[in-house]
Design a protein around this ligand. Structure first.
Ligand code: E4P
Length: 217
């Protein structure tokens, strides 16, 4: 399973990259705004910097919602760096844009996926990734993990190449359950990735080993 970090924060991207487990980065307009990035030039520059810090696929989301604008914007984003993946919302014009970019060999990530039908349409249109939003479904008392399971069955039935990129991750248990179900990728905040490290028995066991090591000095 690939690990992407879900942030536009450069320090956190560096930290995950230095950990040696990072396979890519996802961003969205809210995450960019959180970092105070605004204006076309600043946005393009920020994506360029992310591509220089992190290896792997870097999702850059279009801000527009009409076909013509998404094509123009997506082509500009794709021109920044070969690792850019154009992130397109699951709307009618978005499906058409996915097909356009697929025909041109530009990688895409279809975002805001909340149903198996949406994932199926995005895969049919040639999306490289679909992003089902786990946490936002859980937030409204719908089992997000069930959606990942449904998409896995459908993609396996028809051997779609589209990868399931589990998004809107809220906890390390989301990551573990995605791995059990067979999501291809999880994109997570740094905190949930780092929480996978933690176990009290590891801490107490190490404290004991360090104490005993001192006796051997
Ligand atoms: C990533 O591609 C998504 O935009 C992101 O995971 C959404 O997460 P949120 O529901 O925590 O905003």
């Amino acid at each position: 399973m690939k690990f992407f970090i879900d942030t536009a924060n450069l320090e956190q991207i560096k930290e995950a990259q230095d950990l040696g487990i990072l396979d890519g980065v996802t961003t969205n307009p809210s995450l960019m705004a959180k970092e105070g990035i605004s204006g076309k030039e600043a946005i393009l520059n920020h994506y360029k910097t992310i591509c220089e810090i992190a290896d792997g696929d870097i999702s850059a989301e279009v801000l527009s919602t009409t076909y013509d604008e998404m094509i123009k914007e997506g082509e500009e984003l794709a021109a920044i760096h070969p690792n850019i993946v154009v992130k397109i919302p699951m709307i009618k014009d978005g499906v058409k844009a996915l097909k356009y970019f697929s025909n041109k060999g530009i990688k895409t990530n279809c975002t805001l996926i909340f149903s198996a039908g949406q994932a199926l349409l995005a895969a049919k249109a040639g999306a490289n990734y679909v992003s089902p939003f786990l946490g936002r479904l859980d937030d409204i008392s719908v089992d997000g993990m069930n959606l990942i399971e449904e998409i896995r069955i459908i993609f396996d039935n028809y051997m779609f190449d589209t990868e399931i990129l589990a998004a809107s991750i809220r906890s390390p248990m989301h990551i573990i359950n995605c791995a059990k179900i067979g999501a291809d990728v999880v994109t997570s905040p740094l905190a949930s990735i780092l929480n996978l490290l933690k176990h009290p028995l590891t801490d107490s066991g190490l404290a004991q080993f360090v104490a005993d090591a001192k006796k051997m000095d």
